[in-house]
Design a protein around this ligand. Structure first.
Ligand code: SF4
Ligand code: SF4
Length: 294
């Protein structure tokens, strides 16, 4: 199994993708087998910075029931069973709302008339390729599709079986994030030193604790206004892994789709130190990472 390091945050726009893409590039440049896994399938954007050469793209499908109206006698058993209210039984018709269906297959098993068959529907696609020396895997959810966890599972199932995987998680604390973080060895929580950032860091920290995954914090856009964040982390014995300075040049490089560790002087060092810190963590150091140590 690869070492899985998730990059997460309680809110969007804190710099998750910046941290994940720069880390994977730095690890690959040092000779490690590194992979970038974009699980932010509703708004994937790691490709804008890593500019991968995509070599494979696959549609991802999920199972859904199909009701055979010729067999159905509208008994309503299936609609009563479905916990997600994806079926509605009317006197003359049994309706399916596919976007609510979780594909459990229960309705098919219990239908007394054998009127339900299983079919599939597309929810998005996975793509993979290479970004310089790193593997690149991402998913893209179809517009209007409500449930991303099955696609996130499909993305994660395609990650390499060795080396280091940096998982760019969706923002927030809901099911897609939990799916992205599941089975990870360590979570990097990216925050910004604002009241809003601190509030959502608290939510993300609570979620990661419930999942029982060790974690640490990267403060992005740090300046002299990060004292409250530092104190909050200290109270909870939450290690600060890195502080990335607030810098207009970094924002400009980001807006042009450039990796700031490469494009802005002064940023290679904090990312190098962040990678060293991650590699020295007991949860990571106990694994054999493919590649050469610098
Ligand atoms: S359980 Fe079967 S027969 Fe009854 S309403 Fe559903 S599909 Fe029709
Ligand atoms: S497969 Fe499960 S979730 Fe989907 S409609 Fe049937 S019972 Fe509901």
């Amino acid at each position: 199994m690869p070492i899985k390091i998730a990059i997460a945050s309680g809110k969007g726009g804190t710099g998750k993708t910046t941290v994940a893409t720069n880390l994977v590039r730095m690890a690959a440049q040092r000779g490690y087998q590194a992979a970038y896994i974009d699980c932010d399938v509703e708004a994937p954007n790691g490709h804008l910075f890593l500019r991968p050469e995509i070599t494979q793209r696959e549609v991802v499908r999920v199972p859904v029931p199909a009701v055979d109206e010729k067999r159905c006698d509208h008994c309503g058993e299936c609609a009563r069973f479905c916990q997600y209210h994806a079926l509605l039984c009317l006197p003359e018709q049994t309706l399916l709302f596919p976007e609510l269906c979780h594909g459990c297959g229960g309705c098919r098993l219990l239908c007394p008339k054998d009127a339900i068959q299983e079919t599939t529907r597309d929810i998005g696609y996975c793509q993979s390729g290479r970004a310089d020396q790193a593997d690149f895997i991402s998913g893209c959810l179809n517009i209007g599709e409500a449930k991303s966890p099955p696609l996130i599972r499909a993305v994660k199932s395609r990650m390499p079986t060795t080396g280091m995987a940096f998982i760019d998680s969706p923002p927030g604390t809901s099911c897609p994030v939990v799916e992205s973080l599941r089975d990870c060895n360590f979570v990097v929580l990216v925050t910004e030193p604002t009241p809003f950032g601190l509030h959502d860091l608290g939510l993300a920290f609570d979620m990661v604790r419930l999942l029982d995954i060790p974690c640490g914090v990267v403060i992005n856009r740090a300046s002299d206004n990060d004292r409250e964040t530092l104190a909050w982390c200290e109270t909870r014995q939450l290690p600060i892994l890195a502080s990335l300075p607030d810098d207009r040049k970094a924002a400009e490089a980001y807006s042009r789709g450039k990796l700031i560790a490469d494009a802005v002087s002064g940023f290679a060092q904090p990312f190098a130190e962040l990678l060293d810190t991650l590699l020295s963590l007991p949860q990571v150091a106990c694994h054999t990472v493919s590649g050469e140590r610098p």
